[in-house]
Design a protein around this ligand. Structure first.
Ligand code: SF4
Length: 232
């Protein structure tokens, strides 16, 4: 069975944009940031500062543009056969059969995170959260991103006792190149990182630039970054 969810539950959540930080919302008096930031943070958290706190705009990289295009291809393909149904209906049906959804919205006001899961399989005995990536190398930053999706999903479904698995897949293929069960260890790890992000957002600690010159060399901010160590 294939379905496409809508998000009636999350529409009840009241939010407002942060007055000065891009992409951050205030929900239940707490900053709420996009889960995709965790992937960027693993590359260089100072780039988050430049883009969202300093509002410095630079062109997207070719890889970003390609990624957006490929996401759209997958989404369009999925919609051709997907059935629209409510979140509650989908949860109910998944008790008996596998339900697949894409661009599945999750949010945790208590952790201050939100995002769209590329693909989710909700089955009678387990849930699989999949993020599509270019290539097939599982970086820690990518793992952190899927851990945060799992955490938000869990917070939205506190009574759901099904095991949750997280996975990374090569985009436009069926190649799942990394997967693991989301256990209390992963939960502890991601909560620590999210707490660090909240400290950054609230100014209690400062964004650290990378010390890897190769990252600076490939970074789209390297021409405007005061901490760039790329060899120009
Ligand atoms: S140029 Fe280097 S230090 Fe500056 S944002 Fe990019 S990766 Fe970080």
């Amino acid at each position: 069975m294939i379905s496409k969810n809508i998000k009636p539950e999350t529409q009840k959540i009241k939010s407002r944009w942060h007055p000065s930080i891009r992409q951050v919302q205030i929900i239940e008096n707490k900053p709420n940031f996009p889960i995709s930031w965790l992937n960027t943070q693993g590359y260089c958290e100072y780039s988050l500062y430049l883009e969202n706190f300093q509002h410095i705009q630079v062109e997207d990289t070719q890889q970003m543009t390609t990624g957006t295009d490929e996401h759209q291809i997958l989404e369009d393909e999925f919609k051709k056969t997907a059935t629209v149904m409510s979140y509650d209906e989908m949860q109910e049906i998944s008790q008996k059969q596998k339900v697949v959804s894409r661009e599945f919205f999750v949010i945790s006001p208590s952790d201050g995170i939100r995002g769209f899961i590329d693909e989710i399989w909700i089955m009678p005995d387990s849930v699989v959260i999949i993020d599509d990536k270019p290539g097939d190398k599982a970086y820690d930053s990518m793992k952190n991103q899927v851990y945060a999706y799992a955490l938000a999903y869990q917070q939205m479904n506190p009574d759901d006792k099904r095991d949750i698995y997280v996975a990374l897949r090569t985009r436009l293929t069926d190649n799942i190149f990394w997967q693991t069960k989301f256990t209390s260890n992963e939960k502890y790890q991601i909560k620590r990182l999210i707490n660090h992000m909240q400290q950054l957002i609230t100014g209690k600690t400062f964004f650290k630039p990378t010390s890897n010159s190769n990252k600076c060399k490939a970074c789209r901010f390297n021409q405007v970054c005061d901490n760039s160590i790329s060899i120009k």
